[in-house]
Ligand binder design. Sequence first.
Ligand code: ADP
Length: 338
Amino acid sequence: MPLLIVGIGLIFLLDTLTHYEVAVAVFYAVLILAVGSRLSRASLLRLAIVCVFLTVFSFLLTPTGNLGTGLINTGISIAAIALIVHVHAKIQAAQQQAQAAQQQLARLTQVQSLAGLSSSIAHEINQPLGAMLTSAQACQRWLAQEPPNVLKASQSANRIVQDADRVSAIIARVRSLTQGEQIQREAFDMNVALGETLLLCQPELQAQKISVKTNLMVQLPMALGDQVSFQQTLGNLLLNAIEAMASVPPQFRVLHLATSIEDDSILLTVADTGPGLLAEQEQQMFEAFWTTKRKGMGIGLSISRSMIEAAGGQLWGNNRRDGGAVFYLRLPSVKKEE
Ligand code: ADP
């Protein structure tokens, strides 16, 4: 502020003492340009009025020079001051708009992540919820029989309990993911976990007339990772494969599942005989909300990849040489970590 007053005083003195022909007052505009961004709109306007007033006052006090030229120079200086104030006002308005847009964007991002979270929960729990409904209907049928088949009914009820446990495990997992918690790393048998997930998808595989070929390595070392995340990922890969193969005739629908050891890691391969992936799809399909399906949400693969990577693994996919898509899921084996 003191510097500003000194600057204004200096310009006023020089403008008054020099001839009309020397347009020192233009420097008021330069001064306003220099300090304008630090002032509020009202202060800027007040400063401009003071500068205009001093320009006119200097003109009246200047003793020598050509009066006509002095008038023109004074006019130019006032116009320059007005122009700079106008430009500053425009810049400030644009900055305010940009700030408002940024706040709006931040709100939108928040809403979007909320929407993403709710759709991811819906996506992940749909499968066990469907299985619970099927088991509940079966349970009702067993009980409605004459005499009621209590053994079968209680088996169905047990399946409901298992699926309910699965739902709460999934919700806990999604919640811990969104809260940035570390994923559990435990030793688990990938072949057994695969068998359980495959069983859940059995009704869908049968309905779509898909034959399943498994090539599971015997005496597979234990995998190190989060079993629930692994099963969610595999469930998602199986559903995608089932949906992809819907577009080929039933006799060509084959799902290949294999486990093997690769560089001290355990590798799961899920291959289908569907139409395969388009060239640019190999990376894009792992982006959130990227889908080619009319009713797809495009979040299954992106969530799966972040879960597997959080557990120290990898998930990727590409085309098979003889048609269809193949997905690879790699997790460290217990041996490697020791
Ligand atoms: P969604 O299934 O809701 O579309 P995903 O993230 O699981 O979400 O899949 C994203 C996209 O990846 C799918 O829309 C599809 O285009 C492609 N994709 C995934 N799996 C396969 C597959 N087995 N064969 C062909 N395309 C696939």
